[in-house]
Ligand binder design. Sequence first.
Ligand SMILES: Cc1cc2nc3c(=O)[nH]c(=O)nc-3n(C[C@H](O)[C@H](O)[C@H](O)COP(=O)(O)OP(=O)(O)OC[C@H]3O[C@@H](n4cnc5c(N)ncnc54)[C@H](O)[C@@H]3O)c2cc1C
Length: 488
Amino acid sequence: MHSQIVWFKRDLRISDHKAVHEAAKLELPSLFLYIFEDILIKDEHYSERHFAFISDCLTELRIKLRSAGHDLLVLRGDCLSIFEELHQKFQISRVLSYEETGIQKTFKRDIELAKWFSQAGIEWLEFQSNGVFRRFDRARNWHYDWETRMKLVQYDSDPAHLTPLNHQIESFHPPFRRNPSMQQGGETIAQTVLADFLQSRVKNYFKHISRPFESTDSCSRLSPYIAWGCISIRQIIQAIDVHSAQFGSSRALRQFRSRLHWQAHFIQKFETECRIEFENINPAFNALRQDVNETYLNAWKSGQTGYPLVDASIRCLVQTGWINFRMRAMLVSFLTHHLWQPWQAGSHWLAQQFLDFEPGIHYPQLQMQAGTTGVHILRVYDPVKQSREKDAEGKFIRKWVPELNDVPYELVHTPWLLSPMEQAFYNFMPGETYPNRIVLTEKTGIEAGKKLWPIIKSADAKKLAKIYMSRHVMAPERRRAIKRGKIF
Ligand SMILES: Cc1cc2nc3c(=O)[nH]c(=O)nc-3n(C[C@H](O)[C@H](O)[C@H](O)COP(=O)(O)OP(=O)(O)OC[C@H]3O[C@@H](n4cnc5c(N)ncnc54)[C@H](O)[C@@H]3O)c2cc1C
């Protein structure tokens, strides 16, 4: 008997699913498979929260597949051994899956699998995910290609069109449980979150995007659903376009749409240059930040730096798995500039906390904020300025740092400035109820700039930045031709 396998990876949905759509074109018995991979369960980027989110997604997938006469086979182990066993039982003719722009481990796993599939005579059909190309071609107009793909009709991917394979294999029952303060996985919830955002929450999107308290509601909160593929970017783009046609466009909608474009743009860079999981984008910065200070690192990870907005952001992230973009940037800036730690010291830990961990956004963003690209503007965030601007009334700080509950909002950003009388009055004991500042950012910010600017301005860094850009940016002659309207 010959068969085919639809292998779910980071594409945990049924709708607009090319692998399901393509599988329906052959009348082969079909098996739907998800593998909890040992290499990922043990990997330092992942934590229980990710696997609990995936488990929720699988529960819904299974229900949907069952209603179409199929089962979802969930296994745990090593992909190669699992495919070898399945091949012995069911003579696999082809495997259909989405391409994955992952960490080095999944990249190596895919190379190993491709080799084995080819030796075993199994065809592996891999489909492009969210407009990211496997090989970046400077001669192509990437933005035009992306827009074109987003406008294509969504795939008809009804599993009822596939012939079920009767397998009799017992599924692995994932023991991972969701913390109720985190977002729940699943395709239906993803669609609900999108609809709710477009109908009401979007109105304050751009106004609140950088504010940690308000953005919890005003941002789309689609990131984990996008990262685990519960929804395709095309589904979101088309929903935005329908909404705009019906109710008119707005600045907020356009800003939101542009971020969906960034999603693929960042991942595209990582797809071509996955070494940046380990190395600085620009090697001119390699000599900096060699030593890890465990005391600083532990204070940062536990939200005990003495900087209320930094501590509130860390605690919110640990508890809920999400924090807005500006606070993510500030946390990395605090770690790398003010505490002068290598970004590598925080990368795994942050990935474990982000429910939406997406390697292709995570690593380029970490390096942008750490100032190791030599391409982007150096931003050293002042946590006090951020606090006064983005949480003026201290609502976010009070929610996550209850030690400061009694302190009036004008003073909550700088508790170290409280006089002894105010300390007694507001029930605040520095060093006891809340830590003293571990560094003085008014000094560390200047020191970081003094170390970084000479490198940024150096001929070496500029040359290396140019080389990096030449690998990721469209060829200038093509860009000029497009501008002149000569070609697309
Ligand atoms: C250090 C650092 C690490 C980050 N790591 C991740 C990560 O692992 N996974 C992740 O999805 N985002 C990451 N981001 C980007 C951004 O913070 C989140 O996408 C956003 O906060 C998610 O919330 P949302 O879905 O409500 O965002 P919205 O503002 O509603 O945006 C909608 C979607 O657009 C995409 N997007 C938004 N901002 C960006 C951006 N700056 N770059 C690329 N795509 C973007 C995301 O897919 C997001 O879900 C990181 C940012 C920083 C500074």
